[in-house]
Design a binder for this molecule. Structure first.
Ligand code: FES
Length: 180
């Protein structure tokens, strides 16, 4: 694959992703406004946002690298290093807490044999407790990539992990267009 968007940072996009990037830029009045969807595009392709990707993003969007890093580290959905294949992000903020996030997290910790913040030794699953996912009335909820699972119970969490292991996960309640 050629690398049409290359600027000396050691990072580039292939043709297909360069077209996605151009589509993102076209939706915003200034390049810097496209930061979050650009980061999502990179993570969607690479699984995380590397140092080279940070440098590239800063150069492309006319931002400082410090600003890009600040956004990557602030939002739970972005990752700055490779992680597990399936990253289960369970909201433990107030609404989801009241609706049962703690029993849900406890069940997932038991099922996966890890504590929140850890990954399974085979690299298949990571479990995270995160702040509000913006679906407070549908809690407790869990984000998996672009997928949001709502009104979860410990039993539904078991079924999700079993389905992911089989390669046949239950349908999510919502798919988020994180490039929008
Ligand atoms: S408190 Fe869980 S989504 Fe807002």
């Amino acid at each position: 694959m050629s690398v049409p968007v290359e600027d000396g940072t050691g990072f580039g996009l292939g043709e297909q992703d360069a077209a996605r990037f151009a589509g993102i830029l076209a939706r915003y009045p200034t390049r810097r406004s496209a930061l979050m969807p650009t980061l999502w595009l990179i993570q969607d392709r690479d699984g995380h946002i590397s140092d080279a990707a940070v440098a590239w993003t800063a150069a492309q969007l006319e931002l400082s690298e410090a600003k890009v890093r600040e956004v990557v580290s602030f939002y739970a959905m972005y990752r700055d290093r490779p992680q597990a294949r399936h990253v289960l992000q369970v909201c433990h903020n107030i609404s989801c807490h009241i609706l049962g996030a703690q029993p849900l997290l406890a069940r997932l910790e038991g099922k996966l044999g890890v504590r929140r913040g850890e990954a399974t030794p085979d690299g298949e699953f990571a479990l995270e407790g995160v702040e509000c996912l913006g679906a407070c009335g549908m809690g407790p909820c869990l984000q998996l990539g672009k997928h949001l699972y709502e009104h979860l119970t410990p039993e539904k969490a078991d079924a999700l992990v079993d389905g992911l292991r089989r390669g046949d996960p239950p349908r999510p309640d919502t798919d988020r267009d994180l490039e929008a």
